[in-house]
Design a binder for this molecule. Structure first.
Ligand SMILES: [Zn+2]
Length: 86
């Protein structure tokens, strides 16, 4: 009787561990999907022509228009180039 109780507890523990493992895997899958969705939201850097995720880009309003840049360096260069034109 006691041995059977230990066996049931062991099975429950293993089931718990497997469930937790599967849950972690599905959670990673959700996070990966979310990353792919946000990855699709790309903006073009007008200075170097690179596509950057909007969330990690640098936004600047130049000449009344919103532009997105991959780095502050590109933003500064574009701002300077735009300044010289006008
Ligand atoms: Zn750039």
């Amino acid at each position: 009787m006691f041995v059977r109780l230990i066996l049931i507890l062991a099975i429950l523990y293993i089931a718990y561990r497997i469930g937790k493992y599967i849950f972690q895997l599905s959670d990673e899958g959700i996070q990966k999907n979310r990353r792919e969705i946000t990855g699709e939201d790309l903006v073009k850097d007008p200075q170097c022509g690179t596509y950057v995720p909007k969330s990690s880009s640098i936004k600047a309003t130049i000449g009344g228009e919103d532009h997105f840049f991959c780095s502050e360096d590109c933003r500064n260069k574009y701002r300077e180039a735009n300044k010289n034109k006008h």
